[in-house]
Design a protein around this ligand. Structure first.
Ligand SMILES: Nc1ncnc2c1ncn2[C@@H]1O[C@H](COP(=O)(O)OP(=O)(O)O)[C@@H](O)[C@H]1O
Ligand SMILES: [Mg+2]
Length: 243
């Protein structure tokens, strides 16, 4: 596979994962780059969510390696918050904050800031070309998510127009799922990881997610854990796990 200029690449290199005596993944290998969708399919308990967390580098493999490359240069886990956009059933918002407050809070935690000065502070001291490239993406994203209007336009996109000031605790499960997309995409990450992307969604929400995957699939590296045949079909690369 040739490396794209300006491209991100996810490399899953002979990865095994055990929890104690339980072997969940055995020597899984695959790669995907910007412009590709990787699908992880398999029955319940086969390790789909574990593989998504390994790809996010929030879980370490027992054997093998997960690498991220930008223009062929390796990125470190220090870049995690900027590299990864994650939608997962394991992700939770603060119920006692509004949707916009949650987005702003997580923008700050990521260091992509809610103001230009916060963003600049977070990206000071870039020490490699690769990190610089990620940071310039983060700067643009911070400028975009910094204002209330930009947060609202993200909410509009995910069918939450006018609901930004409602407490997340008052959101339905479908609204929370759509808010996860706003959260995952607000910093314009090169890697989008979607665990059960259409969980809790109605037909309209499902159509929105499929559009989002199609759009992100052109400009990002996308990994989806799913058993929905319509989503499996979106994959350029398929990892089929067995129970
Ligand atoms: N943190 C953990 N500690 C112990 N076992 C785990 C942990 N995470 C996942 N597992 C186990 O790994 C297996 C795969 O889980 P998971 O990756 O969630 O599968 P899937 O998403 O395909 O349903 C299950 O048997 C699960 O219980
Ligand atoms: Mg799962």
């Amino acid at each position: 596979m040739t490396e794209q200029q300006g491209g991100f690449e996810l490399v899953i290199d002979s990865v095994s994962k055990s929890f104690g005596a339980r072997h969940v993944l055995r020597s899984v290998g695959a790669r995907a780059q910007t412009g590709q969708v990787m699908v992880v399919a398999g029955p319940n308990g086969s390790g789909k969510s574990t593989l998504i967390k390994l790809a996010a580098r929030i879980v370490r493999p027992t054997e093998g390696r997960v690498l991220w490359k930008l223009d062929g240069r390796e990125l470190s886990t220090a870049d995690t918050r900027r590299v990864v956009g994650l939608v997962s059933p394991d992700l939770n918002f603060y119920d006692e904050l509004s949707a916009i407050e949650n987005l702003r809070f997580f923008a700050r935690v990521r260091g992509v800031g809610t103001t230009d000065s916060a963003a600049k502070g977070a990206i000071d001291g870039t020490d490699s070309a690769a990190k610089g490239a990620i940071s310039s993406t983060a700067t643009k994203a911070a400028t975009r998510t910094g204002s209330r209007e930009s947060a609202e336009s993200l909410l509009d996109r995910f069918q939450l127009a006018g609901r930004g000031d409602d407490l997340v605790g008052a959101y339905s499960s479908g609204m929370k799922q759509r808010l996860k997309y706003a959260f995952a995409l607000m910093h314009n990450p090169p890697l989008l990881l979607l665990d059960e992307p259409t969980a809790n969604l109605d037909e309209r929400g499902i159509a929105l997610v499929r559009d989002t995957i199609a759009q992100a699939g052109a400009s990002k590296c996308v990994v989806i854990a799913t058993n929905e045949p319509e989503e499996v079909r979106l994959g350029d690369i398929l990892i089929q796990l067995r129970a």
